[in-house]
Design a protein around this ligand. Sequence first.
Ligand code: URP
Ligand code: ZN
Ligand code: ZN
Length: 463
Amino acid sequence: MKFDTVIKNGVVVTATDTFPSDVGITDGKVAAFAVDLPLESAERVLDARGNYLFPGGIDVHTHLDMPFGGTTSADDFESGTIAAAFGGTTTLVDFAIQYKGQTLRTALDTWWGKAHGKAVIDYGFHCIITDLPDARLDEMKALVREGISSFKLFMAYPGVFMVEDALIFKAMLSAAQTGSLICMHAENGGAIDVIVQRALAEGKTAPKYHALTRPTTAEAEATGRAIALAEMAGAPVYIVHLSCSEALDRVREARDRGVAAYAETCPQYLFLSLDNFDVPGFEGAKYVFTPPLREKWHQEKLWNGLANDQLQVVSTDHCPFCYKEQKELGRDNFTKIPNGGPGIEHRLSLVFTGGVHGARFSVNRFVELVSTNPARLFGLYPRKGTIAVGSDADLVIFDPNQDQTISASTHHMRVDYSMFEGIKVKGVPRQVLSRGQLVVDQNKFVGRAGHGEFIKRQTYSQP
Ligand code: URP
Ligand code: ZN
Ligand code: ZN
Protein backbone atom coordinates (compact mmCIF):
# COMPACT_ATOMS: atom_id res chain seq x y z
CA MET A 1 0.00 0.00 0.00
CA LYS A 2 1.31 3.46 -0.90
CA PHE A 3 1.01 6.23 1.67
CA ASP A 4 1.44 9.97 1.28
CA THR A 5 2.43 10.20 4.93
CA VAL A 6 3.17 7.72 7.69
CA ILE A 7 3.15 8.83 11.32
CA LYS A 8 5.47 6.45 13.17
CA ASN A 9 5.70 5.34 16.78
CA GLY A 10 2.81 7.31 18.24
CA VAL A 11 0.23 6.21 20.78
CA VAL A 12 -3.16 6.53 19.10
CA VAL A 13 -5.90 7.78 21.42
CA THR A 14 -9.59 7.76 20.57
CA ALA A 15 -12.61 8.17 22.83
CA THR A 16 -12.51 4.45 23.53
CA ASP A 17 -8.99 3.12 22.91
CA THR A 18 -5.33 3.82 23.53
CA PHE A 19 -2.81 1.77 21.57
CA PRO A 20 0.65 2.11 20.03
CA SER A 21 0.44 2.23 16.25
CA ASP A 22 1.77 3.81 13.09
CA VAL A 23 -0.86 5.57 10.99
CA GLY A 24 -0.77 5.67 7.19
CA ILE A 25 -2.42 8.54 5.33
CA THR A 26 -3.51 8.54 1.68
CA ASP A 27 -5.42 11.31 -0.11
CA GLY A 28 -6.11 13.14 3.12
CA LYS A 29 -7.72 10.13 4.80
CA VAL A 30 -6.52 7.67 7.39
CA ALA A 31 -5.72 4.58 5.29
CA ALA A 32 -4.17 2.07 7.68
CA PHE A 33 -3.00 1.36 11.22
CA ALA A 34 -0.35 -1.12 12.25
CA VAL A 35 2.80 -1.36 14.24
CA ASP A 36 5.66 -1.10 11.75
CA LEU A 37 3.78 0.09 8.65
CA PRO A 38 6.06 -0.11 5.56
CA LEU A 39 7.77 3.23 5.01
CA GLU A 40 9.48 2.67 1.67
CA SER A 41 6.76 4.18 -0.47
CA ALA A 42 5.75 6.99 1.92
CA GLU A 43 6.47 10.47 0.68
CA ARG A 44 6.81 11.78 4.23
CA VAL A 45 7.44 10.15 7.59
CA LEU A 46 6.69 11.91 10.87
CA ASP A 47 8.07 10.46 14.07
CA ALA A 48 5.63 10.68 16.98
CA ARG A 49 7.75 8.75 19.51
CA GLY A 50 6.86 9.72 23.06
CA ASN A 51 3.72 11.51 21.87
CA TYR A 52 0.02 10.87 21.68
CA LEU A 53 -1.79 10.93 18.37
CA PHE A 54 -5.23 12.52 18.83
CA PRO A 55 -8.03 13.15 16.35
CA GLY A 56 -7.97 16.89 15.63
CA GLY A 57 -9.82 19.06 18.09
CA ILE A 58 -13.28 20.31 17.13
CA ASP A 59 -14.32 23.69 18.50
CA VAL A 60 -18.06 24.10 18.01
CA HIS A 61 -18.33 27.61 19.45
CA THR A 62 -16.32 30.41 17.85
CA HIS A 63 -17.10 33.92 16.65
CA LEU A 64 -14.64 34.94 13.93
CA ASP A 65 -15.05 38.25 12.11
CA MET A 66 -18.26 38.87 14.02
CA PRO A 67 -19.82 42.34 14.33
CA PHE A 68 -20.83 42.72 17.99
CA GLY A 69 -21.00 45.47 20.60
CA GLY A 70 -20.26 48.25 18.10
CA THR A 71 -17.11 46.62 16.77
CA THR A 72 -15.95 43.37 15.14
CA SER A 73 -14.20 40.41 16.75
CA ALA A 74 -10.47 40.76 16.21
CA ASP A 75 -9.70 37.43 14.55
CA ASP A 76 -10.90 36.79 11.04
CA PHE A 77 -11.09 33.34 9.46
CA GLU A 78 -7.39 33.40 8.63
CA SER A 79 -5.85 34.53 11.92
CA GLY A 80 -8.47 32.66 13.96
CA THR A 81 -8.02 29.35 12.20
CA ILE A 82 -4.22 29.66 12.35
CA ALA A 83 -4.43 30.18 16.11
CA ALA A 84 -6.85 27.26 16.37
CA ALA A 85 -4.44 25.01 14.49
CA PHE A 86 -1.56 25.96 16.78
CA GLY A 87 -3.73 24.71 19.61
CA GLY A 88 -4.57 21.38 17.96
CA THR A 89 -8.02 22.30 16.67
CA THR A 90 -8.65 21.20 13.08
CA THR A 91 -12.37 21.96 12.68
CA LEU A 92 -14.47 24.91 13.79
CA VAL A 93 -18.18 25.44 13.82
CA ASP A 94 -18.71 29.22 13.80
CA PHE A 95 -21.97 31.19 13.85
CA ALA A 96 -23.65 32.81 10.86
CA ILE A 97 -25.97 35.54 12.14
CA GLN A 98 -29.40 36.21 10.70
CA TYR A 99 -30.30 39.83 11.46
CA LYS A 100 -33.92 40.86 11.78
CA GLY A 101 -35.76 40.88 8.46
CA GLN A 102 -33.11 38.80 6.68
CA THR A 103 -33.49 35.33 5.28
CA LEU A 104 -31.49 32.60 6.99
CA ARG A 105 -29.81 32.01 3.65
CA THR A 106 -28.47 35.59 3.65
CA ALA A 107 -26.71 34.84 6.93
CA LEU A 108 -25.11 31.76 5.47
CA ASP A 109 -24.00 33.54 2.28
CA THR A 110 -22.44 36.34 4.35
CA TRP A 111 -20.45 33.96 6.55
CA TRP A 112 -19.39 31.79 3.60
CA GLY A 113 -17.94 34.98 2.14
CA LYS A 114 -16.01 35.71 5.34
CA ALA A 115 -14.45 32.23 5.52
CA HIS A 116 -13.88 31.35 1.88
CA GLY A 117 -10.24 31.54 0.83
CA LYS A 118 -9.11 32.40 4.34
CA ALA A 119 -9.61 29.41 6.62
CA VAL A 120 -6.60 27.14 7.08
CA ILE A 121 -8.67 24.34 8.67
CA ASP A 122 -12.15 23.00 7.94
CA TYR A 123 -15.22 24.77 9.22
CA GLY A 124 -18.98 24.63 9.40
CA PHE A 125 -21.64 27.05 10.58
CA HIS A 126 -24.50 27.12 13.01
CA CYS A 127 -27.13 29.74 12.16
CA ILE A 128 -28.09 32.30 14.82
CA ILE A 129 -31.80 33.03 14.40
CA THR A 130 -33.14 36.38 15.57
CA ASP A 131 -36.35 36.55 13.58
CA LEU A 132 -38.57 33.63 12.65
CA PRO A 133 -42.04 34.48 11.34
CA ASP A 134 -43.99 31.35 10.39
CA ALA A 135 -43.27 32.01 6.70
CA ARG A 136 -39.57 31.54 7.45
CA LEU A 137 -39.84 28.18 9.23
CA ASP A 138 -39.24 26.25 6.02
CA GLU A 139 -35.92 28.06 5.66
CA MET A 140 -34.66 26.16 8.69
CA LYS A 141 -35.32 22.91 6.87
CA ALA A 142 -33.61 24.19 3.72
CA LEU A 143 -30.54 25.12 5.74
CA VAL A 144 -30.34 21.66 7.27
CA ARG A 145 -30.19 20.28 3.74
CA GLU A 146 -27.26 22.68 3.08
CA GLY A 147 -25.35 21.19 6.02
CA ILE A 148 -26.30 23.76 8.64
CA SER A 149 -27.77 21.28 11.10
CA SER A 150 -27.75 23.43 14.23
CA PHE A 151 -29.19 26.79 15.24
CA LYS A 152 -28.35 29.13 18.10
CA LEU A 153 -31.03 31.06 19.92
CA PHE A 154 -30.55 33.65 22.64
CA MET A 155 -32.55 34.08 25.82
CA ALA A 156 -30.34 37.10 26.62
CA TYR A 157 -29.14 40.37 25.02
CA PRO A 158 -32.57 42.07 24.73
CA GLY A 159 -32.87 44.28 21.65
CA VAL A 160 -29.96 42.53 19.95
CA PHE A 161 -30.27 38.75 19.78
CA MET A 162 -32.88 37.84 22.40
CA VAL A 163 -35.96 35.97 21.19
CA GLU A 164 -39.16 35.06 22.97
CA ASP A 165 -40.21 31.61 24.16
CA ALA A 166 -42.76 31.13 21.35
CA LEU A 167 -40.04 31.54 18.72
CA ILE A 168 -37.78 29.15 20.63
CA PHE A 169 -40.56 26.60 20.85
CA LYS A 170 -41.37 26.83 17.13
CA ALA A 171 -37.70 26.44 16.24
CA MET A 172 -37.50 23.41 18.49
CA LEU A 173 -40.56 21.84 16.84
CA SER A 174 -38.82 22.29 13.49
CA ALA A 175 -35.59 20.81 14.91
CA ALA A 176 -37.54 17.79 16.15
CA GLN A 177 -38.72 17.18 12.57
CA THR A 178 -35.36 17.58 10.86
CA GLY A 179 -33.06 16.04 13.48
CA SER A 180 -31.22 19.32 13.90
CA LEU A 181 -29.97 20.69 17.20
CA ILE A 182 -30.93 23.90 18.97
CA CYS A 183 -28.04 25.55 20.81
CA MET A 184 -29.23 27.82 23.58
CA HIS A 185 -27.66 30.87 25.17
CA ALA A 186 -29.47 30.41 28.46
CA GLU A 187 -29.69 33.50 30.64
CA ASN A 188 -32.84 35.38 31.62
CA GLY A 189 -32.11 38.53 29.63
CA GLY A 190 -35.18 40.45 30.83
CA ALA A 191 -34.38 40.09 34.52
CA ILE A 192 -30.68 40.79 33.92
CA ASP A 193 -31.56 44.00 32.09
CA VAL A 194 -33.48 45.28 35.11
CA ILE A 195 -30.54 44.50 37.40
CA VAL A 196 -28.13 46.17 34.97
CA GLN A 197 -30.19 49.38 34.75
CA ARG A 198 -30.37 49.56 38.55
CA ALA A 199 -26.58 49.14 38.82
CA LEU A 200 -25.96 51.91 36.28
CA ALA A 201 -28.37 54.21 38.11
CA GLU A 202 -26.32 53.60 41.27
CA GLY A 203 -23.15 54.64 39.41
CA LYS A 204 -21.75 51.10 39.24
CA THR A 205 -20.02 51.29 35.88
CA ALA A 206 -16.77 49.31 36.35
CA PRO A 207 -16.15 46.05 34.39
CA LYS A 208 -16.81 43.77 37.37
CA TYR A 209 -20.45 44.91 37.41
CA HIS A 210 -20.94 43.04 34.15
CA ALA A 211 -20.44 39.88 36.19
CA LEU A 212 -22.24 41.06 39.33
CA THR A 213 -25.40 41.94 37.40
CA ARG A 214 -25.78 38.49 35.81
CA PRO A 215 -26.62 36.12 38.68
CA THR A 216 -26.27 32.35 38.45
CA THR A 217 -30.02 32.10 39.11
CA ALA A 218 -30.67 33.89 35.79
CA GLU A 219 -28.60 31.26 34.01
CA ALA A 220 -30.17 28.36 35.90
CA GLU A 221 -33.72 29.61 35.28
CA ALA A 222 -33.15 29.97 31.54
CA THR A 223 -31.38 26.61 31.35
CA GLY A 224 -34.34 24.93 33.01
CA ARG A 225 -36.78 26.79 30.74
CA ALA A 226 -34.86 25.85 27.59
CA ILE A 227 -34.87 22.22 28.62
CA ALA A 228 -38.59 22.31 29.42
CA LEU A 229 -39.38 23.84 26.02
CA ALA A 230 -37.24 21.21 24.29
CA GLU A 231 -38.94 18.45 26.22
CA MET A 232 -42.37 19.73 25.14
CA ALA A 233 -41.20 19.96 21.53
CA GLY A 234 -39.62 16.51 21.58
CA ALA A 235 -36.31 17.99 20.46
CA PRO A 236 -32.78 17.68 21.82
CA VAL A 237 -31.23 20.82 23.25
CA TYR A 238 -27.60 21.89 23.69
CA ILE A 239 -26.82 24.53 26.30
CA VAL A 240 -23.85 26.63 25.24
CA HIS A 241 -21.13 28.11 27.49
CA LEU A 242 -22.57 26.77 30.76
CA SER A 243 -20.77 28.56 33.57
CA CYS A 244 -22.18 27.62 36.96
CA SER A 245 -23.25 24.86 39.29
CA GLU A 246 -26.93 25.85 39.41
CA ALA A 247 -27.31 25.61 35.61
CA LEU A 248 -25.42 22.33 35.65
CA ASP A 249 -27.95 21.00 38.17
CA ARG A 250 -30.75 21.72 35.68
CA VAL A 251 -28.92 19.76 32.96
CA ARG A 252 -28.10 16.87 35.28
CA GLU A 253 -31.68 16.59 36.57
CA ALA A 254 -33.00 16.51 32.99
CA ARG A 255 -30.46 13.95 31.84
CA ASP A 256 -31.25 11.76 34.84
CA ARG A 257 -34.86 11.74 33.59
CA GLY A 258 -33.69 10.63 30.15
CA VAL A 259 -34.15 14.01 28.43
CA ALA A 260 -31.85 14.68 25.45
CA ALA A 261 -30.20 17.67 27.13
CA TYR A 262 -26.52 18.37 26.46
CA ALA A 263 -24.18 21.13 27.50
CA GLU A 264 -20.75 22.55 26.91
CA THR A 265 -18.52 24.58 29.17
CA CYS A 266 -15.41 26.58 28.22
CA PRO A 267 -11.87 26.81 29.63
CA GLN A 268 -12.50 30.30 31.06
CA TYR A 269 -15.10 28.88 33.45
CA LEU A 270 -12.72 26.07 34.46
CA PHE A 271 -9.64 28.24 35.08
CA LEU A 272 -10.84 31.79 35.83
CA SER A 273 -13.21 33.24 38.42
CA LEU A 274 -14.61 36.49 39.83
CA ASP A 275 -11.17 36.92 41.44
CA ASN A 276 -9.85 37.92 38.01
CA PHE A 277 -11.65 41.23 38.40
CA ASP A 278 -9.25 42.12 41.23
CA VAL A 279 -6.96 43.95 38.85
CA PRO A 280 -6.07 47.65 38.60
CA GLY A 281 -8.18 50.22 36.77
CA PHE A 282 -10.13 49.06 33.75
CA GLU A 283 -8.16 45.78 33.27
CA GLY A 284 -11.17 43.76 34.40
CA ALA A 285 -12.63 44.45 30.93
CA LYS A 286 -10.41 41.62 29.68
CA TYR A 287 -12.73 39.23 31.52
CA VAL A 288 -16.03 40.68 30.32
CA PHE A 289 -17.89 37.91 28.52
CA THR A 290 -21.27 36.30 28.86
CA PRO A 291 -22.22 34.35 30.92
CA PRO A 292 -19.72 35.96 33.27
CA LEU A 293 -17.05 34.50 35.50
CA ARG A 294 -18.37 32.98 38.71
CA GLU A 295 -17.09 32.37 42.24
CA LYS A 296 -14.14 29.98 42.22
CA TRP A 297 -15.99 27.04 43.81
CA HIS A 298 -18.02 26.55 40.60
CA GLN A 299 -14.87 25.40 38.79
CA GLU A 300 -14.67 22.06 40.57
CA LYS A 301 -18.39 21.43 39.93
CA LEU A 302 -17.79 21.94 36.21
CA TRP A 303 -14.74 19.65 36.16
CA ASN A 304 -16.84 17.07 37.96
CA GLY A 305 -19.60 17.56 35.37
CA LEU A 306 -17.10 16.90 32.58
CA ALA A 307 -15.84 13.75 34.29
CA ASN A 308 -19.34 12.39 34.89
CA ASP A 309 -20.96 13.20 31.54
CA GLN A 310 -23.21 15.91 32.88
CA LEU A 311 -21.29 18.11 30.43
CA GLN A 312 -20.40 16.61 27.06
CA VAL A 313 -18.19 19.19 25.33
CA VAL A 314 -15.54 21.82 25.98
CA SER A 315 -15.65 24.60 23.38
CA THR A 316 -14.05 28.04 23.61
CA ASP A 317 -16.69 30.68 22.77
CA HIS A 318 -13.72 32.44 21.19
CA CYS A 319 -14.88 36.02 20.66
CA PRO A 320 -11.76 38.18 20.81
CA PHE A 321 -11.69 41.93 21.28
CA CYS A 322 -8.48 43.85 21.81
CA TYR A 323 -8.11 45.62 25.14
CA LYS A 324 -7.01 48.78 23.39
CA GLU A 325 -9.76 50.53 21.42
CA GLN A 326 -12.23 47.63 21.57
CA LYS A 327 -12.68 46.74 25.26
CA GLU A 328 -11.95 50.43 25.92
CA LEU A 329 -15.29 51.33 24.30
CA GLY A 330 -16.77 50.63 27.73
CA ARG A 331 -14.36 52.64 29.91
CA ASP A 332 -17.21 54.62 31.45
CA ASN A 333 -19.96 52.03 31.28
CA PHE A 334 -19.56 48.25 31.49
CA THR A 335 -22.54 47.67 29.19
CA LYS A 336 -20.51 49.20 26.35
CA ILE A 337 -17.62 46.72 26.71
CA PRO A 338 -17.83 44.27 23.80
CA ASN A 339 -18.61 40.89 25.32
CA GLY A 340 -16.22 38.08 24.58
CA GLY A 341 -12.82 36.59 25.26
CA PRO A 342 -10.02 35.01 23.22
CA GLY A 343 -9.55 31.29 23.79
CA ILE A 344 -9.37 29.39 20.50
CA GLU A 345 -5.67 28.55 20.86
CA HIS A 346 -5.34 26.93 24.26
CA ARG A 347 -8.38 24.69 24.71
CA LEU A 348 -6.62 21.35 24.30
CA SER A 349 -3.64 22.25 26.48
CA LEU A 350 -5.82 23.68 29.25
CA VAL A 351 -8.28 20.78 29.31
CA PHE A 352 -5.47 18.22 29.10
CA THR A 353 -3.63 19.92 31.97
CA GLY A 354 -6.61 20.25 34.28
CA GLY A 355 -8.39 17.08 33.23
CA VAL A 356 -5.75 14.45 32.50
CA HIS A 357 -2.75 15.72 34.49
CA GLY A 358 -5.20 16.85 37.15
CA ALA A 359 -6.38 13.20 37.41
CA ARG A 360 -10.00 14.22 36.92
CA PHE A 361 -10.57 12.05 33.82
CA SER A 362 -8.79 9.76 31.37
CA VAL A 363 -7.05 10.70 28.16
CA ASN A 364 -9.92 8.97 26.31
CA ARG A 365 -12.48 11.17 28.01
CA PHE A 366 -10.32 14.15 27.06
CA VAL A 367 -10.56 13.14 23.37
CA GLU A 368 -14.29 12.62 23.76
CA LEU A 369 -14.80 16.12 25.21
CA VAL A 370 -12.69 18.08 22.73
CA SER A 371 -13.29 16.08 19.56
CA THR A 372 -15.56 13.02 19.48
CA ASN A 373 -18.63 14.36 21.27
CA PRO A 374 -18.69 17.64 19.32
CA ALA A 375 -18.33 15.59 16.13
CA ARG A 376 -21.28 13.38 17.01
CA LEU A 377 -23.58 16.13 18.26
CA PHE A 378 -22.90 18.36 15.28
CA GLY A 379 -23.02 15.82 12.46
CA LEU A 380 -19.31 15.51 11.70
CA TYR A 381 -18.76 11.95 12.91
CA PRO A 382 -17.10 9.65 11.80
CA ARG A 383 -15.52 11.81 9.12
CA LYS A 384 -14.07 13.81 11.99
CA GLY A 385 -13.76 13.25 15.73
CA THR A 386 -11.97 9.92 15.63
CA ILE A 387 -9.02 8.10 14.08
CA ALA A 388 -10.41 5.33 11.92
CA VAL A 389 -9.77 3.99 8.44
CA GLY A 390 -11.66 6.35 6.12
CA SER A 391 -11.84 9.29 8.50
CA ASP A 392 -10.21 12.60 7.58
CA ALA A 393 -6.55 12.66 8.55
CA ASP A 394 -7.07 15.57 10.94
CA LEU A 395 -4.46 14.58 13.47
CA VAL A 396 -2.56 16.08 16.37
CA ILE A 397 0.83 14.81 17.50
CA PHE A 398 0.65 15.88 21.12
CA ASP A 399 3.49 15.91 23.62
CA PRO A 400 1.82 15.19 26.97
CA ASN A 401 4.82 16.32 29.01
CA GLN A 402 5.85 19.56 27.37
CA ASP A 403 5.41 22.63 29.57
CA GLN A 404 4.23 25.95 28.26
CA THR A 405 3.32 29.25 29.88
CA ILE A 406 0.43 30.93 28.11
CA SER A 407 1.14 34.51 27.12
CA ALA A 408 -0.05 37.15 24.69
CA SER A 409 3.60 37.65 23.79
CA THR A 410 3.72 34.20 22.14
CA HIS A 411 0.14 33.40 21.16
CA HIS A 412 -1.14 33.57 17.58
CA MET A 413 -4.54 35.12 18.16
CA ARG A 414 -4.79 38.67 16.81
CA VAL A 415 -5.53 40.18 20.20
CA ASP A 416 -3.38 42.19 22.58
CA TYR A 417 -3.91 40.22 25.79
CA SER A 418 -4.49 36.68 26.99
CA MET A 419 -7.25 35.70 29.42
CA PHE A 420 -4.89 32.95 30.59
CA GLU A 421 -1.71 35.06 30.86
CA GLY A 422 0.87 33.29 33.01
CA ILE A 423 -1.06 30.03 33.38
CA LYS A 424 1.26 27.02 33.04
CA VAL A 425 0.05 24.09 30.97
CA LYS A 426 1.57 20.64 30.49
CA GLY A 427 0.71 19.03 27.18
CA VAL A 428 1.18 20.85 23.88
CA PRO A 429 0.50 20.03 20.19
CA ARG A 430 3.76 19.45 18.32
CA GLN A 431 2.47 18.84 14.82
CA VAL A 432 -1.01 19.31 13.44
CA LEU A 433 -2.42 17.89 10.20
CA SER A 434 -5.59 18.86 8.40
CA ARG A 435 -6.76 16.26 5.86
CA GLY A 436 -3.21 14.88 5.76
CA GLN A 437 -1.50 18.26 5.22
CA LEU A 438 0.80 19.64 7.89
CA VAL A 439 -0.59 22.92 9.16
CA VAL A 440 1.61 23.39 12.21
CA ASP A 441 5.10 21.92 12.48
CA GLN A 442 7.02 22.51 15.72
CA ASN A 443 5.88 26.07 16.41
CA LYS A 444 5.79 27.04 12.75
CA PHE A 445 2.72 27.63 10.64
CA VAL A 446 3.15 25.65 7.42
CA GLY A 447 -0.46 25.65 6.20
CA ARG A 448 -2.25 27.70 3.59
CA ALA A 449 -5.11 30.18 3.67
CA GLY A 450 -7.93 28.61 1.67
CA HIS A 451 -6.99 25.02 2.51
CA GLY A 452 -9.92 24.92 4.95
CA GLU A 453 -13.16 23.69 3.41
CA PHE A 454 -16.77 24.27 4.35
CA ILE A 455 -18.10 21.01 5.78
CA LYS A 456 -21.68 20.17 5.01
CA ARG A 457 -22.69 18.58 8.29
CA GLN A 458 -25.06 15.69 8.82
CA THR A 459 -27.72 15.93 11.50
CA TYR A 460 -27.19 15.39 15.20
CA SER A 461 -26.41 12.03 16.70
CA GLN A 462 -26.26 11.11 20.37
CA PRO A 463 -22.79 11.20 21.88
O1 URP B 1 -19.45 37.08 25.65
C1 URP B 1 -19.69 36.30 24.75
N1 URP B 1 -19.92 35.05 25.03
N2 URP B 1 -19.68 36.73 23.48
C2 URP B 1 -20.05 35.99 22.35
C3 URP B 1 -21.52 35.90 22.13
C4 URP B 1 -22.14 34.79 22.91
O2 URP B 1 -23.03 35.03 23.70
O3 URP B 1 -21.76 33.64 22.72
ZN1 ZN C 1 -23.90 33.03 23.86
ZN1 ZN D 1 -20.61 32.57 21.83
